[in-house]
Design a protein around this ligand. Sequence first.
Ligand code: DGY
Length: 322
Amino acid sequence: MSHVYVTHRLPGERIAELGQHCDMACWPGPGLLPADALRAAVSEADGLVCLLTDRIDAGLLASAPRLRFISSLSVGLDHVDLAAATARGIAVGHTPGVLVDATADTAFALLLAAARRIAEADAFVRAGDWRPENAWSPDFFLGRDLAGATLGLVGLGAIARAVARRAAAFGMRVVGWNRSPRDVPGVEQLPLDDVLAESDFVSVHVALAPETRGLLDGERLARLRRGAVLINTARGGIVDEVALAEALASGRLGAAGLDVYEREPLAAGSPLLSAPNTVLTPHIGSATALTRRRMADLAAANALAALRGERMPHCANPEVYG
Ligand code: DGY
């Protein structure tokens, strides 16, 4: 019987069903599976069901001689060395589609929170600073309008398009850029530098890959409008965090809403923690109970197909099927 290792307890029934088709072991926790325990687990596994927090590099794959498939509970696969997996004939599954709306909601929540200073206002009330001498006035806690503003989308995949629909409902003009041009109704396509220069709000939606690492570096961030707001729910490595923190501290950028970071959890010394007008959330883009159950179901479906010797419904390296 095939041996499948699952690196975290997952919700839903389909993952339990998977256990009926293989010899399945699961990291009991608490917390995330440590790297050395992952290495020990894959050395004997035929299949792996993992999270985006499990780093699966070429070295790890070299220590997994029996491994035939990896099924990740994520749409992003920057934690997996896809080329090394393909070279070894290992099919890699992921979970696109089911997290589109939840992640678009998070992007829009960050956009609204950054535009209207929600986290700052909440902290102000809790700190007891809302006193008669420091209360409602015509210039009290002024934020930014969404209606009539321009939203620039960096990347035009499914999540970006869901954000565009939300932005249209708020009366925003939407412009966007994609690496390969893509016709999206309601979104004016522009070169990346023009998207950055024309937008009041910019939301990042490209996958992290060698071509997109550092895409929004210091030079590109300098192209943003003075006072612009940057939202990132994609991956931290796409934005230069030091340059972003500097742009916020100097007031060149007006605000930021971030859910993802170069290193997660965010290090205690990160300059983003002291950057002004910044709303920070801990990678919760797809964190709703229903979405996580759907992701677990899809991860289980990918694993089950692989166990049966069939094509995974969502395989990121279909070339392994020849
Ligand atoms: C993913 O699936 O890649 C997301 O980042 C999870 O929220």
